[in-house]
Design a protein around this ligand. Structure first.
Ligand code: 4AD
Ligand code: MG
Length: 458
């Protein structure tokens, strides 16, 4: 079993024989020996190896280029260099050289270029850092909710409902697209696999509500699909969402939960991935550590949508989209609030009902709903949530207004007729959180292989 470079650096077993493996970062040779810098992806740090020219296969390994894969057996010895130890090789195993076209030979390859060779991104310092942090944030998520006594549930990926009512659905069908069965000029989906129209889920919330209204507190963590045609640095067609749902909780409860969860993730990443954050702070976002340090314990600001509109209108700022009560906040508006006005995360509550989903609890004013978005600098909306309408008649009235097919939601409505309780929840876009905590500016660079309009490589 390989010894990871991470463990080697942790233990620094000076004097002992070890075996490590990895990919060549660089190799410099002179008459007497070759200087090998190796990284295996387990940590941000590389290891320095000295391989003497007396080794039998010196001719073979000393010509391996950056990106080639090697195994090293050798002795850990003190070093004068910037690391306090190095490995004096007794054997160098060549697993594979690189071809002439290996794209990571050159220094300074752009993010755009790296997206075209996404299968090699895990070998770079930047993506190693991002994906070790992504891993830590996933672990932090399960720990956070587990410590709170919430249960992890897995909701269906194939769904018959447009649960957000936004029409951004990917169809799931086994019908012959070139020759589907027709009935009165329309495709007859009763002949499809499930006997009705089905789609990839846009959320697991409605199913999570059923579990919260029986188990108290639950959360999902799964893939989510939206066919919105948004070619922006913060939209994916396939992304991961964490959705806690809590019975006997109101909007303020889950707004606090959301802020606490974000702060927990930041602290966890700072504890588990200090080298990665230092690296990103140096090469990707110079203000990253300062930002994380200040956000991790500062209470989030909280304002209503109406107050936000007021701030924006009085800002004297020129926006491309006009700020009007009733219109959705655009990215430029969100960014003004977080980056300029509050200079930190802000929770915006009580949006107009017309721009939010049908299931949100209606306020007595008849105009707004108990919604909340958490916005953060640099990214914008990272969490969207609400208190849910638990009153059967009000919910049905709103669904009828919006022309929703009540039959599809029968079980969801049933929850309101049988032991209904106030309950609330939210969804955190996992990639948006990874962007925020790594300082990466494009969502395509925080998911292993991205799906966006027109793009499904790899
Ligand atoms: O605000 P959204 O649409 O809320 C829901 O889906 C609710 N059902 C959540 C709930 O209350 N349980 O999405 C939640 C979050 C957004 O705040 C954003 O971070 C992320 O999901 N998100 C996306 N991330 C990447 N690409 C997209 N196309 C996204 N759409 C939403
Ligand atoms: Mg939203």
């Amino acid at each position: 079993m390989r010894l990871s470079i991470k463990n080697l650096i942790k233990d620094k077993p000076i004097g002992s024989e070890v075996e490590i493996n990895g990919w060549l970062k660089s190799q410099r040779k002179n008459k007497n020996f070759s200087f090998i810098i190796l990284n295996d992806g387990s940590t941000q740090d590389d290891v320095q190896v000295i391989a003497d020219s007396t080794l039998g296969n010196y001719e073979d390994f000393s010509k391996i280029g950056t990106g080639g894969s090697l195994g090293i057996k050798g002795k850990v010895v003190e070093s004068q260099g910037k690391q306090d130890f190095e490995i004096q090789a007794t054997e160098v195993i060549v697993y594979g050289d690189v071809s002439e076209n290996y794209p990571l030979q050159k220094k300074g390859t752009s993010m755009e270029f790296l997206r075209e060779v996404a299968h090699f991104r895990p070998r770079t310092n930047t993506f190693g850092a991002v994906f070790r942090i992504r891993h830590a944030l996933a672990q932090a998520t399960h720990r956070f909710f587990d410590e709170k006594g919430y249960f992890y549930i897995n909701t269906p990926i194939i769904s018959a409902m447009d649960a957000e009512g936004a029409g951004e659905l990917f169809r799931v069908s086994t019908l012959d697209a070139a020759n589907p069965p027709m009935e009165n000029g329309k495709v007859d989906f009763s002949k499809d696999y499930f006997g009705k129209e089905t789609f990839l889920c846009v959320t697991g919330q409605l199913e999570a509500e059923a579990f919260a209204c029986g188990m108290g507190g639950v959360y999902t963590f799964g893939p989510t699909f939206r066919s919105e045609n948004s070619n922006t640095p913060r939209h994916l067609a396939e992304f991961w969402m964490i959705e806690p749902e809590v019975a006997f909780a109101d909007l303020d409860d889950v707004a606090s939960l959301g802020a606490e969860y974000i702060q927990y993730m930041i602290k966890y990443a700072m504890e588990k991935c200090p080298k990665e954050l230092e690296f990103l702070n140096k090469f990707i976002d110079k203000g990253l550590l300062e930002k994380l340090n200040s956000v991790k314990d500062t209470p989030f600001k909280k304002i209503t949508y109406t107050e936000a509109v007021d701030i924006l209108q009085k800002s004297g700022q020129k926006f491309e989209y006009k700020v009007e009560w009733g219109a959705d906040l655009q990215t430029e508006h969100e960014r003004f609030l977080t980056d300029k006005h509050f200079n930190g995360p802000v929770i915006v509550t009580d949006y107009p009902k017309e721009i939010k989903a049908f299931y949100m609890k209606q306020n007595p004013d008849g105009k707004t709903v108990r919604a909340m978005d958490i916005l953060v600098p640099g990214v914008g909306e990272i969490i969207g949530g609400s208190q849910r309408e638990e009153n059967y008649d009000k919910l049905v009235a709103r669904m009828e207004e919006l022309d929703l097919e009540l039959d599809l939601y029968r079980w969801f409505l049933d929850l309101r007729l049988n032991g209904t309780v106030p309950h609330s929840g939210f969804g955190l876009g996992f990639e948006r959180a990874v962007m925020y905590i790594t300082g990466m500016s494009n969502i395509r660079d925080v998911i292993p292989f991205h799906r966006t309009p027109g793009h499904v490589e790899f």
